[in-house]
Design a protein around this ligand. Structure first.
Ligand code: DGL
Length: 274
């Protein structure tokens, strides 16, 4: 009995693991911290292997598994795959392989179908995400009544990774990727990559205020909250939680771009594996 109580306390004060191919997952972490301010988090940016968008499914599964091993060795009580591409490529494998609970991203196709008035929605995502069966199934299941145009966006992740959210090259890419969708009549765009919410202001500037831009960071935070309650894993601490930052890339680069995206200093350590 005493052991059971001890273990539960350990688990509930353990951190929530969050990972992405790089810094895009900060758009999800922002919502998680807002919803669960007392929880501790470990964030892993796999910037040394970013972007995932041009990788094969096997390569993404290998990266997601290596990071999961690190997060579990760091006592993570739940893992958020804060990357659409990694979710689409690897979350089924992760769930079948590890006993910890995973929360993944689901591009906001369902809310977009509910929101569109023109009946045409655009999905912006990485090439690998758009090739994934999981996304195709989501579109098949929920969007048969509307026209869905998918748009791969190579280069955008890299712009966010260097913290360039509104420079000429970022604007050029965003204009190129959104123009065909607007010309086709899309009035709702799904931001199907966790890096893209950081481009929201520039996107609004380019597509205008009447086009809806949907992401799912908030929905993921609600899902995590529900799962923690269901599994009795909420922290027992009343104080503000802590974030431990790790990167497989250069800590100095993460400090620079991370501070820009996070709005506060991000002091990352090198992730000790792979
Ligand atoms: N943030 C990742 C996503 O949500 C970007 C993937 C990449 O690195 O290409 O898809």
């Amino acid at each position: 009995m005493a052991i059971g109580i001890f273990m539960k306390t350990m688990a509930s004060n353990a951190p929530i693991g969050v990972f992405d191919s790089g810094l895009g997952g900060l758009s999800v972490l922002r919502e998680l911290v807002r919803a669960l301010p007392q929880e501790n988090f470990i964030y892993v940016a796999d910037s040394g292997h970013c972007p995932y968008g041009g990788k094969t499914q096997d390569e993404i599964v290998a990266r997601a598994s290596a990071i999961t091993d690190f997060l579990l060795a760091s006592d993570a009580k739940l893992i958020v795959v804060a990357c659409n591409t990694a979710t689409i490529a690897a979350v089924e494998y992760l769930r079948a392989t590890y006993s910890v609970s995973f929360v993944g991203m689901e591009p906001a196709v369902k809310p977009a179908v509910a929101a569109t008035r023109s009946g045409i929605i655009g999905v912006l995502a990485t090439g690998a995400a758009l090739k994934g069966e999981k996304l195709l199934r989501l579109i098949d299941r929920h969007a048969s009544a509307v026209t869905v145009i998918t748009q791969p966006c190579p280069g955008l992740v890299e712009q966010v990774e260097i913290g360039d959210l509104s420079g000429p090259e970022t604007r050029r890419l965003l204009t190129n990727y959104t123009q065909p969708l607007l010309t086709a009549g899309a009035d709702t765009l799904v931001l199907g990559c966790t890096h893209y919410p950081f481009l929201r202001d520039t996107l609004v500037d380019i597509v205008g205020p009447d086009v809806r831009l949907l992401d799912t960071g908030e929905a993921v935070a609600r899902r995590v909250e529900t799962l923690l309650a269901r599994e009795s894993l909420q922290t027992s601490s009343a104080a503000s939680g802590r974030i431990d930052w790790y990167t497989s890339g250069e800590p100095a680069t993460m400090a620079l771009a991370g501070a820009r995206l996070w709005g506060a200093p991000v002091s990352a350590r090198t992730v000790p594996q792979t």
